[in-house]
Design a protein around this ligand. Structure first.
Ligand code: LER
Ligand code: MN
Length: 261
């Protein structure tokens, strides 16, 4: 979708560009599993040595307004089916699928909405477990969604649901709005964290706003975080410049981080 916070569009070209920027992987933002041909994807990845870091699903929501909390059972079945297809794809590519805004809203009937959310999450996690895929729940700030806004909120949902293949995907942009601190909150909750979205305070490339990424790297290093950090930034002033700013800032820091493992 034109509104997606993705840097590049077009799979083959994006993989090529990510490779030339010195990145290790590519996060796919899909609205449907059929959007991508797995055979071609495998070829593009093999040609570059990149891997899929995760499949993100914000576009499942953005495209058709589908959400886990929908009162309409038919719509909940559609979103569940789409997730199962994406999980099948992720079984071969990345083994991680995110749950962001597609979880929906609590709205006027919070008890019912929470129950619907729980049912869909339980069903897709069970399906994913058999395929060794983990679902990663993303806390999203209050201006975009009305529940699970902070990492601390996310941790309490994880404790309540108690599903082994359900983890968190914090996003530094949202954490800057909702959490008491970024670096400490990440290290304090690292056992529940499987993946991290990096964007600066203004959603631009890391280094273009006021988030202390060096402090975050130190904190992650102190708890030996081994998961991905992935860029989810606005393509501004244009996709290539934004990606270059991000790579110039992050690649040396990640190389340094990996050398100190
Ligand atoms: C999705 O990863 C996210 O962070 C949202 O803010 C995008 O709308
Ligand atoms: Mn995000």
């Amino acid at each position: 979708m034109p509104s997606a916070f993705v840097v590049f569009r077009g799979f083959e070209e994006s993989i090529q560009k990510a490779y030339h920027l010195g990145l290790d992987g590519i996060e796919l933002a899909l609205k449907n599993a059929e959007e991508i041909d797995p055979v071609k994807l495998d070829q593009w990845l093999n040609a570059t040595g990149l891997t899929v870091s995760c499949v993100s699903t914000g576009q499942v929501y953005a495209d058709a307004g589908l959400m886990f909390t929908d009162e309409d059972e038919g719509k909940r079945s559609i979103v569940t089916k789409k997730f199962k297809e994406i999980i099948d794809l992720a079984a071969d590519f990345g083994q991680l699928v995110n749950i962001g805004r597609v979880r929906g809203r609590l709205g006027e009937h919070p008890r019912k909405s929470k129950e619907f959310f729980k049912r869909v999450v339980t069903e897709i996690c069970e399906y994913a477990d058999r395929r060794e895929v983990t679902l990663i729940l993303e806390p999203v700030n209050r201006y975009e969604i009305d529940f699970i806004n902070s990492v601390v909120d996310g941790v309490s949902v994880l404790r309540e649901l108690d599903i082994p293949n359900l983890k968190l995907m914090p996003d530094t942009f949202h954490m800057n709005i909702e959490d008491s601190g970024i670096a400490d909150t990440l290290s304090d909750n690292i056992e529940d964290i499987a993946y991290i979205h990096f964007a600066d305070s203004n959603r631009l490339a890391p280094g273009q706003g006021h988030i202390d990424f060096d402090g975050i790297f130190r904190s992650l290093q102190s708890v030996d975080y081994r998961g991905w950090v992935s860029l989810e930034i606005l393509p501004k002033p244009n996709p290539d410049v934004a990606a270059r700013q991000a790579a110039d800032f992050l690649v040396p820091r990640i190389e340094n981080y990996n050398q100190n493992q």
